[in-house]
Each structure stands twice: as C-alpha cells, then as structure tokens.
Design a protein around this ligand. Structure first.
Ligand code: NOJ
Length: 575
C-alpha cells in the first residue's frame, strides 16, 4: 500500500559485505552521533560526508557496524528523536544521495549501517500531528492518543522526570489531551489504529530499500497503552514488534532489529520473541551495564555475576547488545534504590552530573581517567555475552561538559586532530558549532591523531583487543558459563563453542580482577581438568596456567588485571 507522503526508492544492492545472516553475533558496533562526528562543509554540523570521510578510521579500529542516531528532519528538541519527517534527511546532514553514498562506502569497507527508528512518537511538528490536532475526523485524527481529560493510564511512570510532570499534555487547538511518554513535544502514536501500523511499516520499507543493515528500535516498550497497567511491555506491543520483524524477514531478509528496551532482564528477553514468533535480533542489555560500573567500585564481581545469572536464556536467533556508554545518561532505572544511591555517590558526586534517573557523564571521566579501569571495563564488555557497542570518542578517552544542558554533556564534537575545532569542522564561527568543544584542559587536547601516533594509547589498546575478539568468534557466538573462584573479586567465565560447533576447539577462559589490588585466585574448572592453556590476552606478563588434574587453575591477577586463556584440550599440543 502507498501512504501519502512516503516516497518509494529503488532497492540498493550491498556490494562489499558478507552474506552471513549471523554477522551481528561477532560484530562490534560503534555509535556515531552524526552531528558531532565530522563536518565536511564547514557549517559546524557533522554530516554524512563527514562520517563517510572517517570510515577508514573506523575500519582500522575494527568496527563492523555503525549505529547512526536519528538524522531525519527534526526541530531538534530531543537530539533528533523528535522526528518531523520520517522519510527525509535533515539538510544539515546532507542529502538523501549523501546518505546512500555513505551506506555504499561503508559496505565497500565491510561495515554495516544500522539506523534509528523512533516509532513510539513523533515531534509535535510532524504533519501527522498537525493534521491530527486540527482535524479530529480527518485521516490523521486518530493517529495519536487523545483523551478529554488527563486521568487515563495513571499507573504509567514518567520517564523524563527532570522536565515532565505528566504523560498527558493539553492541546489548545484540538481542545483535548494527548499522551506522551517522553517530552511533551513528542506525542505518542496510536498503535491501536491500523493506519498507523501500516504507515510505519511503509517508513521501515522506505529505509530498508536504501540498503541499511538494521534498525535500532527506539523506546520500543511503550507502543501500546492499556488502562490498569504500567503501559510497558504489553502483549499488543510485542505483537507489533513481531509483525514488524515478520515483514522484514519476508521482504528484506537479513535486516536486523535492535531493541532499546530499558527494562529488567526478564522483560527485555521477551523482545527477542520466540523461535516460532521472533521479535528483535538483538536487545541492549540495560541491566548489566550499570553493574559493570558498580563492580569496579565494589571491587567485586558479584553484581555482574548475579545479573547475568538472572538473565534468562535467549531464543537461538537472538544476541545481546552490550555497552558501557551511549548518547543518553548512564541510566540507573534498572537498579534498586540503594544501588542507585551508591552509583550516584561513586559516579555523580555533583548534582549537575545527574539527568533524569541517571548520570550524564563520559566513560573516561567516570572512571577517573584510570587506564587500568578503562582497559578492564572494555575487556569485560568484549568478553561478556553479546555484541559490544562502543560510543564515539570513548576510544580516545574524550571528556564531558556538564555545563551543557541535559545529555549534551556527552555529545560534544569528536576530537580528530589539533587543527581548527580539533579537526571536527573547518567552521570559523565557534558559535555555529553543533556544540562547543570540550574545554577542560585535561581532556581538551585529546585527539585521534595523537592517539594514532602513540602505540601505547587507549586507542591502540582497544584496536588490539578488538582484533583478538575478531580472531576468537567464540566470544560472539559461544555459550557463557560463570565459574567458581576462590575470590569474589574475580569474574571467571568460559565462552565455549555452541553444541552445533562452528569453530572446533575454541574455548576461552576469561578472568577479570575487579579489585584495586593484586589477587591470587583459584578457578574451578572440573570439566576442563588436565587441559593446558594458551594466552590470548594478558595484562599480567605471566606464563599460561595449566588446569590441574582436579580441574583447578591457579593464577595471580594484578589490580584491575585480566587474562583471556584459550583452553587446549588434554593431549593436544600447546602452540
Ligand atoms: C531514547 C533515546 O535514546 C533518547 O535519546 C530519547 O530522548 C528517547 N528515546 C526519547 O525519544
């Protein structure tokens, strides 16, 4: 069917990338905030051509897929998550042709493109909303959730607690209230209206035809509202996600969907659907993220172990997406009140560092710019189950600016080199820059050029670990088994080839010392008794440790130290 205002583009082939339908399982994702990444035309705003000009850097780093947050026309009152035209590109970022060229050039380098789909809501500037408020009986009259009063769905929480007091706002034009889970300028679409479902499917088809490899499904738990519920994760929402997936599988097979469902593990797992009714290909693992940070301060692996043990198994088609930071606040919605208070105490001692229910800070300053902690956090990220997603700039330890409003604190221009505006833009008017550059003298001079020139930099470290990860697909595809240790500070787990067995012989033992002091540890590996080990990644400088006849491996890990050891089955040669 054709929806008015949704144009059709011819399908685009994907020349340079593999046809492996499971590519996402071993992929490393990188979130590139378009407007802050690289500006090609000196207007102060990052754009498609700018990002395209940096693809070689991302390929060098070892990135397999880029996630680009919304680039559609938008009043930009929520970083572009307030869309006013689903099938256009904001001219500040370039043209549709530029977008298609970016996709092509990424694919030539074997890099996939995942774009953001904000299906829960639009901007109030979207023509659908404008039509809906003016003409309640017209074709868009029922596109949003309207009511005569603001009493409905009273059990739904408010998400943006810093700015919103209610999920309802009054519209003077229509003389009714409209429902919004986020900012009041972001009215929620009404998914009880089949015309809305049809319209968003057309939008998805439109972008799938450009050859993109996947979609991040923004704010997906909130599509459907029902009285007497908290309006999250409702069966109707799951049906919509499954229908979307079925459409993609039918018409654009291989296109992935990634759920942004900031929920507890049991609720998130539901967004994978089942093998017979699949929903998303991947879901971000929101609960594990804050626990990586908590574990570092507690000096104990318990929080990470506990949340992973509480994570239900996934259907075979699914894969977690893991991350340390992204363009939002470090969300603390999925921790208990006391854990949240601790996190604020450790990581947001100043009020300004907080936003909504979370912390609006960058990775390096969060970790006190400690190289040992930055390494350990990344090593954990890359060894836990799931495909990791990096946030632009964190690879060079970029700083934050808590004097900027809201989450802009972590969205400042990428620092490339020491030329004008740190190589982000040749713009001569600093006021025209999308956001000011970081001024903090400890972080302002950091840039990719310096990091590239220094083989000991965090950037080079990360590239090395990404390469190790690529050489060990078991880290993407393998099972995850936590192992007993003599010391709760140590996270020990094995990643093993799945029973179906793609990479014979690959079993990795990953060890991480969360404590700020060296620890001697014994790891229990009864099923691997008598096996030898080979070092894959090591911060200890020690020889590999064998596993004794009782299945015990003894080793010493320095403060915040880590080791990845490949298991050599007994009787096989260690080489
Ligand atoms: C989630 C996005 O990540 C966030 O940036 C945005 O503000 C909300 N969705 C609302 O669209």
């Amino acid at each position: 069917m054709t929806i008015p205002g949704v144009p059709t583009l011819p399908a685009q082939p994907r020349p340079g990338i593999s046809t492996d339908p499971d590519w996402f399982r071993t992929a490393v994702f990188y979130e590139a905030l378009l407007r802050s990444f690289a500006d090609s035309n000196a207007d102060g705003v990052g754009d498609f051509r700018g990002l395209a000009s940096r693809l070689d850097y991302l390929a060098w780093l070892g990135v397999d897929a880029i996630w680009i947050p919304p680039f559609y026309p938008s009043p930009m009152r929520d970083g572009g998550y307030d869309i006013s035209d689903y099938t256009g590109v904001d001219p500040r970022y370039g043209t549709m042709e530029d977008f298609r060229t970016l996709v092509e050039q990424a694919h030539e380098r074997g890099i996939r493109i995942v774009i953001d789909l904000v299906l829960n809501h639009t901007s109030d500037a979207h023509p659908w909303f404008q039509a809906s408020r003016r003409d309640p009986d017209g074709p868009y009259g029922d596109f949003y959730v309207w009511a005569d009063d603001d009493a409905g769905y009273a059990d739904a929480r408010i998400i943006f607690v810093d700015t919103e007091r209610s999920n309802w706002s009054y519209d003077e034009v229509r003389g009714q209230y409209y429902w919004h889970r986020f900012f009041s300028h972001q009215p929620d679409l009404n998914y009880d209206n089949p015309a809305v479902v049809a319209a968003v499917h057309e939008v998805v088809r439109f972008w799938a035809r450009t050859g993109v490899d996947g979609f991040r499904l923004d704010a997906i738990p909130y599509l459907v509202e029902r009285e007497g519920t908290n309006c999250e994760n409702l069966p109707g929402t799951h049906r919509l996600v499954a229908d979307l997936r079925a459409m993609l599988d039918r018409e654009f097979p291989g296109t992935i969907t990634i759920a942004e469902a900031n929920q507890m593990p049991e609720e998130v797992v539901a967004y994978f659907g089942t093998d017979s009714a699949p929903e998303c290909t991947m879901c971000f693992h929101f609960p594990v993220m804050p626990r990586i940070f908590a574990a570092l301060r507690e000096g104990s692996a318990t929080a990470i172990r506990t949340v992973l043990e509480a994570t239900p198994p996934l259907p075979a088609h699914g894969q977690w997406g893991t991350f340390l930071r992204n363009h939002d606040e470090l969300t603390l919605e999925m921790v208990s009140d006391s854990e949240r208070a601790q996190m604020y105490h450790w990581y947001a001692p100043v009020d300004r560092m907080r936003a909504n229910v979370g912390i609006r800070r960058r990775l390096a300053p969060l970790l006190g710019d400690s190289r040992a902690e930055l390494e350990l956090a990344h090593v954990l990220l890359l060894s836990l189950p799931g495909s990791p997603c990096l946030y632009y700039g964190d690879e060079i330890g970029m700083g934050e600016n808590i004097w900027l409003p809201d989450r802009d604190a972590v969205r400042t221009p990428m620092q490339w080199d020491h030329s004008a505006n740190m190589g982000f833009s040749a713009c001569t008017d600093p006021a025209a820059l999308t956001l000011p550059l970081i001024a903090d003298p400890d972080y302002a001079p950091r840039c990719v050029a310096d990091a590239l020139a220094d083989p000991g930099s965090l950037l080079h470290f990360l590239r090395r670990v990404l390469r190790v990860r690529r050489e060990h697909p078991v880290l993407g595809r393998g099972t995850f088994t936590p192992r007993e240790t003599s010391d709760a500070a140590i996270l020990a787990h094995t990643r093993m080839q799945a029973p179906a067995g793609q990479e014979p012989g690959q079993t990795l033992l990953c060890l991480a010392n969360l404590a700020p002091a060296a620890r001697d540890v014994v790891v229990e590996l009864p099923d691997l008794a008598g096996c030898d080990t080979r070092i894959v990644l090591d911060a200890t400088g020690q020889a590999p440790s064998p596993i004794d006849a009782r299945g015990r491996l003894a080793t010493r890990l320095p403060a915040r130290g880590y080791r990845w050891l490949a298991i050599i089955p007994a009787g096989e040669e260690n080489q």
